[in-house]
Ligand binder design. Sequence first.
Ligand code: NAD
Length: 343
Amino acid sequence: MPDKYTVAFLGLGHMGVPMAANLVTAGHSVAGYDVVPAALEAAQSRQIPVAAGAADALAGADVVLTMFQSGQQVLDAYRGTGGGPGLLAAAAPGTMFLDCSTINVDEAREAARLAIEAGHRSVDAPVSGGVVGAEAGTLTFMVGAGDDDFEAVRPLLEVMGKRVVHCGAHGAGQAAKVCNNLILGVSMIAVSEAFVLGEKLGLSHQALFDVASAASGQCWALTTNCPVPGPVPTSPANRDYQPGFAGALMAKDLNLAVNALHSTGVTGRMGQLAAEIYDTFAAEGGAGRDFSAIITDIREKSATGAPAAHGTAPPPDAAGPGATTAGTATGNAPTAHDDGSPE
Ligand code: NAD
């Protein structure tokens, strides 16, 4: 691969635009394309050169980077739909197909198989770090590829991210992503249930945080993305659950995890349940809220028999006797994670 790459960047959405902008800033030659005209305009307003069509974007490209919503979109674009040639047919032999979308592990393996069969190279590299990380160039890339292909794309990924992890062969990047987000979804529900239970038991949010954040309940969902306002001032709960990591994306990623559980035969009851909980949350108005707002859902559904707490969050210090002296410990609780958003 050359020092400076020629990149066809396809999929200029929330993530794609800032990622492509960072490649341009770093001196790589980028030709962007999106099927939605408004996305092309957004890219142009960030000085990202855009092409008139996917085939134009591919002209002279060493790398075809896709950042789409779903695996179906990736496979359709690779193969072509409606009789038109797909990306695999349009690209010069030996082109690197780098897919950064979050998709099913099986779809990622199929995409790799198709690319290699067509005489190309293939890497799956889903990301975490969200739009904030994409803007700052601090994404984490989870990479599934052979050693040579990993080394070939690494310089490009290091422009867009601060952490690039080679997880294994094709599909391993997606595998790491779904496994991590299964942990995240389940742990956020557990942390939220614990806070609501604490409220019912007369425990202040700060007291529970001070204990659990320094004890065996410690986890990212608690210490960085804390679902109640107060203990972690930077968490989305302090800004009315503006994402952050949107509920719709957590629902999507948990469903990818469930698909992987099914295709491997793993008995993952917590993952399955978490997917159902986040599906309901997203369908009932949580799609655009940070996924930590699941606590408001749990609180509302727990309101029966607790007239004082009907549907609204008690203040962070609302608690029973003893709460005034509890929860004031400082200095030993973990502070924000270095990557403020998981996704
Ligand atoms: P998005 O919907 O904003 O952008 C996807 C873009 O792909 C859209 O503009 C769409 O028009 C375009 N597209 C689809 N098919 C196309 C095709 N054939 N040719 C050209 N363009 C095409 O999505 P996003 O938020 O940018 O997320 C992209 C991916 O990254 C998803 O898989 C998502 O799960 C993952 N992700 C998102 C975040 C986040 O915080 N938004 C974080 C981590 C991972």
